[in-house]
Design a protein around this ligand. Structure first.
Ligand code: NAD
Ligand code: UDX
Length: 465
């Protein structure tokens, strides 16, 4: 393979953009081209207003863009020029057909595969290609990629690798600079091994060698689904215990801390919440569940499905609590939603618990005011549906959003919600004034002293009213 490699990526989204930007920053001699079908997205990557918000991303892009980092819609030219081709397109849950609601929709992924094959097929002396699955895919998807390539471009020497991405949104840049590990899976053949080492060497420029793991293809693909399933399982587990805490007088934060200091359990991903969101956890677990069914393992499928079922219940439980605490009716009452993103430090709302909670409160005929520091107004409209536009007030100031409200629901753990002037907010609310804290973020004693009726997930508080 040529040195230094030339790298491109199909898909300039939450993963393709930041991963390639960091790679370009850390390897100034490697040309990295990020491509997308979406012209607006590429134009945004080339502008001062990037298409996604991620702390530290702007600085990284500005340093490398135009030097060795390029954003382009000329996908074919990038495929032609590069040896390493990442595929980082979306793999959402199928909404229709076989496996609808569970299986991964591989439409974008296969179109990308066919595009690579077509470009390779168009030239009789194409340079060797290493195609890298960056998208999260079902186990054995690399086979399909290899089959598409083999069927339509016999002349090109190619290898298909799996290099799943473990970054989390909101901390993507730190995660990419200092990953716990980088995983590269490849075929167990001399050619496969050479391709794995070629890609691993790129990462070894800034990731310590012992953290660059290499495995076979299927292990790499399955590791990604398993890692997300384990992380989400911890949240569902602590959320299930949060319900028991509320019923018994235990405090979920104390329980989580006390189990987390056991080094065998560890402290992370034990924060009880209104439920997990984000584009990955639910989709990837459903994907795992579907795979288990396909491979004739219904018990394993059921086991993992419970992680989703518990999450759905937690979101529903939150909304039911709001309604029952407010004298069993929120009809016509103003409820303020603080935080709409699925977690702090991102403007992403994919699968955010806020969507479910808002829809349940709408069904109870509440009118909602929403404040989120990073989510765009149009995004909230698109998530909640046009029909509710006249029932929501979207504010850019949290105090205005809370003014005249009967209740506040904290659904995202934005740091700024910890330091709001809750006395000022209380004074402008209807009484009794309720706070439902889905993130265990406020100082309960202080808010109670102000006069609020407080509910906080996993805390055993006296009935609100
Ligand atoms: P995204 O929707 O933000 O970005 C995907 C991009 O691919 C879109 O801009 C789309 O226009 C583009 N695209 C589709 N088909 C294309 C083609 N043929 N050629 C070029 N571009 C094409 O998705 P994302 O959040 O970046 O996720 C991408 C993959 O990474 C998914 O499989 C996801 O599961 C996985 N992943 C996501 C995260 C995360 O935090 N978002 C983390 C780890 C892994
Ligand atoms: C996740 C994985 O962490 C990451 O490795 C993978 O690559 C993509 O999916 P992401 O969804 O971006 O990342 O964020 P994450 O920090 O995992 O949070 C997911 C959801 O779980 C959020 O809604 C978050 O608020 C919630 N969460 C997280 C909890 O409710 N409690 C916790 O203790 C941790």
């Amino acid at each position: 393979y040529p040195y230094p490699p030339k790298i491109c990526c199909l898909g300039a989204g939450y993963v393709g953009g930041p991963t390639m930007a960091v790679m370009a920053k850390m390897c100034p001699d490697i040309k990295v081209t990020v491509t997308d079908l979406n012209e607006r997205r590429i134009a945004a990557w080339n502008s001062s207003s990037l298409p996604i918000y991620e702390p530290g991303l702007q600085e990284v892009v500005e340093e490398a863009r135009g030097r060795n980092l390029f954003f382009s819609t000329d996908i074919d030219a990038a495929i032609q020029e590069c040896t390493i081709i990442f595929v980082s397109v979306a793999t959402p849950t199928k909404t229709s057909g076989i496996g609808a609601g569970e299986a991964a929709d591989l439409t974008y992924w296969e179109l990308a595969a066919r595009r690579i094959a077509a470009v390779c097929n168009a030239s009789s002396n194409m340079s060797p290609k290493i195609i890298v699955e960056k998208s999260t895919v079902p186990v054995r998807t690399a086979d399909a990629m290899a089959a598409v390539m083999a069927a339509s471009c016999k002349g090109t020497d190619f290898q298909v690798l799996s290099n799943p991405e473990f970054l989390a949104e909101g901390t993507a840049i730190d995660d990419l600079f200092k990953p716990d590990r980088v995983l590269v899976g490849g075929p167990v053949t001399p050619q496969g091994h050479a391709a794995v080492q070629y890609l691993a060497d790129v990462y070894r420029r800034w990731v310590p060698t012992e953290q660059v793991l290499t495995t076979n293809l299927w292990s790499a693909e399955l590791t990604k689904l398993t890692a997300n399933a384990f992380l989400a399982q911890r949240i569902s587990s602590i959320n299930s215990i949060s319900a028991l805490c509320e019923a018994t007088g235990a405090n979920v934060s104390e329980v989580a801390y006390a189990i987390g200091v056991d080094t065998r359990i560890g402290p992370k991903f034990l924060k009880a919440s209104v439920g997990f969101g984000g584009s990955c956890f639910q989709k990837d677990i459903l994907n795992l569940v579907y795979l288990c069914r396909q491979f004739g393992l219904p018990e394993v499928a059921e086991y993992w499905y419970q992680v989703i079922a518990m999450n759905d219940w937690q979101k529903k439980r939150f909304a039911i609590n709001v309604v029952s605490s407010m004298f069993n009716t929120v009809s016509g009452k103003k409820i303020t939603i603080l935080g709409f993103a699925f977690k702090k430090d991102t403007g992403d709302t994919r699968e955010t618990p806020a969507i479910d909670v808002c829809k349940m409160l709408f069904a109870e005929k509440a009118s909602l005011a929403i404040y989120d520091p990073k989510v765009a107004r149009e995004q909230i409209y698109s998530d909640l549906g046009k029909e509710v536009i006249d029932k929501i007030e979207i504010e850019t100031d949290p105090y205005i959003a809370c003014s005249g409200a009967h209740a506040i629901c904290i659904l995202t753990e934005w740091d700024e919600f910890k330091t709001l002037d809750y006395k000022r907010i209380y004074d402008q609310m209807q009484k009794p004034a309720f706070i439902f804290d889905g993130r265990n973020l406020i100082n309960i004693a202080e808010c109670q002293a102000i006069g609020f009726s407080v509910w906080s997930v996993g805390q055993s508080l006296k009935p609100l009213c």
